[in-house]
Design a binder for this molecule. Structure first.
Ligand SMILES: Cc1cc2nc3c(=O)[nH]c(=O)nc-3n(C[C@H](O)[C@H](O)[C@H](O)COP(=O)(O)OP(=O)(O)OC[C@H]3O[C@@H](n4cnc5c(N)ncnc54)[C@H](O)[C@@H]3O)c2cc1C
Length: 386
């Protein structure tokens, strides 16, 4: 499906501006920044100018108000060039989605315009050392004290944890509540006394972007920072951001799968063995055929989920299918690209080894692929009762 099939002229212009930026300012610098695991500060400034930190924030709050489909196509393009960059604004936008969908009008007016410009950047702080998939098992605790709350606990694997200043923070306001989610709340937490970065986390891939452990030790926050203004809605706020989050991870998978395919198609025509380009050997053709089919299917599933989101429909099944399929496509294509490139695929001189290091994260983040299949199955039975 070509871009022009469904996008408006304005959306196409934004996508073209992003593509130009990727070719001019990002592609030539990816290898060096990725290998040095260096935070791309200059690119973050350029992302601000492009409006990416406000991509899905409604226009009335200063954002671009893009549809999920246009957003997915932008993420796909960025991930095709350097997946790490997408994390810098995607996690930020999931935080913004929690405020936009669940926040009070006052919270939206206070935060969304500053999120949109990138003046205030951050992410989503859900995971803890002892709770990831089982979010209802978190232990970070917010106790009511005077006109605010005091928060204690630890969050881990938090994207943008070091360079970000503000996080949508999931806590327990009532650890004894049954069902457990009724005791969960979400706060807008800006860095300050009692809120510190306790560890920078080293990773296999996803280099250049900061992942950190965050500690809360007597961190005080006003009651006006409780998202939605009432306790007990925290899990709902987290889940409301995760639908868009899964579409974004699916789009990242599409981008990586496509990068692996494009590099392989090129290489298959320039590398020769036994007197002909390797692309003339059927063993390589079979790989390319499978890789291209995975790319196409992954993109179609992703756009389909994004359109359902844009129509305001419940789309956890569609987003789950897209996230599951596209991330597995990225893993499979990056390994096939490495095989097609032979020894060069294992070399740091090319991008292929990076795809291989980056792709597995997409199977874990925003809900593991095991959980996605369980969500799909449950939704199937709910939608088709016997
Ligand atoms: C680079 C990186 C960036 C991240 N960024 C963020 C971030 O910005 N914010 C944030 O909050 N988190 C972030 N995470 C955390 C991520 O969301 C979690 O790692 C993920 O949700 C899985 O949780 P876990 O690691 O605790 O695994 P666990 O929940 O311990 O799961 C371990 C295994 O058990 C399986 N499993 C668990 N329960 C079930 C079940 N009921 N049925 C079947 N299988 C099950 C899982 O699928 C998995 O295979 C990030 C992680 C990484 C690696």
């Amino acid at each position: 499906m070509s871009v022009s099939d469904t996008l408006s002229d304005d959306d196409r212009l934004i996508l073209e501006a992003v593509e130009k930026w990727l070719e001019r300012d990002v592609r030539p610098n990816v290898l060096a920044l990725d290998h040095a695991d260096e935070y791309p500060e200059e690119m973050v400034e350029q992302m601000k100018e492009l409006g990416l930190f406000g991509a899905t924030i409604p226009e009335e709050y200063g954002g671009l108000g893009l549809s999920a489909e246009t957003y997915a196509r932008i993420v796909e393009k960025i991930a095709e060039t350097w997946m790490s960059l997408s994390g810098i604004f995607n996690s930020h936008l999931i935080m913004a989605a929690c405020v936009a969908r669940m926040g009070t009008e006052e919270q939206k007016r206070a935060y969304l315009p500053r999120f949109a410009t990138g003046e205030l950047r951050g992410g989503l702080a859900l995971t803890e050392p002892d709770a990831g998939t089982d979010l209802q098992g978190i232990r970070t605790r917010a106790r009511r004290e005077g006109d605010g709350y005091v928060i204690d606990g630890t969050k881990t694997w938090i994207t943008n944890g070091i360079y970000g200043q503000c996080f949508a923070l999931l806590v327990k306001t009532n650890p004894d509540a049954e069902p457990r989610h009724k005791g969960m709340s979400m706060f807008i937490a800006e860095k300050g006394p009692g809120f510190s970065v306790s560890k920078r986390l080293e990773k296999l891939g996803y280099k250049g972007i900061d992942s950190a452990e965050l500690s809360f030790d007597g961190y005080r926050v006003g009651a006006d920072k409780l998202i939605g203004g009432v306790e007990g809605k925290g899990l709902q706020a987290a889940l409301s951001g995760l639908e868009l989050g899964r579409i974004n991870v699916a789009a990242r998978g599409c981008g990586l799968a496509s990068a692996a395919l494009k590099d392989s198609v090129k290489y298959a025509q320039i590398r020769s063995t036994f007197g002909k380009p390797i692309g003339q050997h059927q063993a390589i053709q079979l790989k390319l055929g499978e890789m291209a089919t995975r790319c196409r299917a992954a993109s179609l599933l992703t756009y389909d989920a994004a359109r359902a989101y844009d129509r305001g429909e419940r789309c956890d099944m569609e987003a789950g299918m897209a996230k599951y399929f596209a991330s597995e496509a990225a893993v499979a294509n990056s390994l096939e690209a490495m095989r097609i490139h032979g020894g060069y695929g294992y070399s740091k001189e090319l991008h292929v080894e990076r795809y291989y290091r980056d792709a597995p994260l997409m199977c874990i983040g925003e809900g593991t692929n095991e959980m996605q299949r369980i969500i799909i199955a449950k939704q199937l039975m709910e939608r088709h009762p016997a």
